[in-house]
Design a protein around this ligand. Sequence first.
Ligand SMILES: [Zn+2]
Length: 429
Amino acid sequence: MAVSLDPRVTKVVAEISTGRIAATMKKLEGFGTRNPHTPGAEAARAWIAEQLRSYSPRLEVRLDKHAATKGGRFVRDLEIVNIVAVLPGKSEKARHVIVSGHYDSMALVRKPGAATDWEATASAPHAPGVSDDASGTAVVLELARVMSQYEWEKTLVFIAFDAEEEGLVGSKLYAEDAKKTGMIVDGVLNNDIVGNDVGGGGKNESARVRVFSDDPPDGGSRSLARYIKEVGERYVPSMTVDLIFRADRFTRGGDHTPLNDAGFPAVRFTTEAENYQNQHTATDNFDNSSPSYAANVARVNGAAAAALALAPAAPEVTREAAAGAMKGRRVPMLSRGESGYDADLKWADPKDAGPVAGYVVTMRATTAPYWQKEWYAGAVHEYTLAGVSIDDVVFGVKSVDKDGNASPVSAYVLPRMIFEGAAAAVQKK
Ligand SMILES: [Zn+2]
């Protein structure tokens, strides 16, 4: 099925300014160090909030403050401040699309013997943190600026997290609050180290970006990652999105993980060309960065966030089992049909799904990374593929609006069967 481009998404991509992203990266570098123990962090907070407030009166900007006590990587009591800007949506206001990065920075000081000296690290050695993660913050600000000029079906949330370097602290606090309040999140696009395209080993990769997503293979984060690849490459054809089916890089962490762990679909954008000599040192600076690369990553983010914010919610493909061994549990609405040899798929609309024009059924081999086939089913809630075994392939379904904006795919996943009834009936001799 040919897909048309939505002019509203095209506009976002076109309006992202490399110059503005460069200016933000340079400005954040100018605060010296943005370790939360330092005055640089305070100055950066005020400046980021002021920028967000200047973009549009419709952008609701707040400072989420949390008191943190001495311990772990905090060498004294201090305040952790996430900067959050909310752009309320129209028909799907309760659904949120989050674009995030972290504004704090850190230059690691080691003790003799290579253990980190957190006391010395906190006392403000020069940490420009331009690629890590002024670049991600610049992506957040630029998308907030461009997207706040327009209206979207879903609510957009732009976040600059604090204290990522102290153990994902800001994002953990945000994820806890979001879970507690029952926030509905359709996607988190977290940007961390997206500001350089030349790696320490000499690798130069300016037209590709990695997107990390945690398991399970058909969970929300993975589905969001596939969505970003499809939509991002459609609207930004010069960029290739390399999906990494893994939570993150070895021994490293990011703010997408607490959100993923809280049950929200969340992924991480990161350069293909990491420079370990610069990261967490005084040379992660503007001169070693590439604002044009960060701008291209912002365009991929913009395409995905805009399409997701316009699209209806993904269909519901499970229901609660009324009887049998799975009673009370969620089971996929998938059966072998009346013949016993077909694939019969059913789905339902979540409440507040927004205006849906129709549904697309997708299929792939269980071993295939990406969806391989799709059928436009129309404005129905059931579709049968005659003679197709439900056991041998993966099926999914997505909802589409009248302009062709699709939701991420909801996949029919094999539930873990419970055979405890049979086990209990067997008596030990
Ligand atoms: Zn980082």
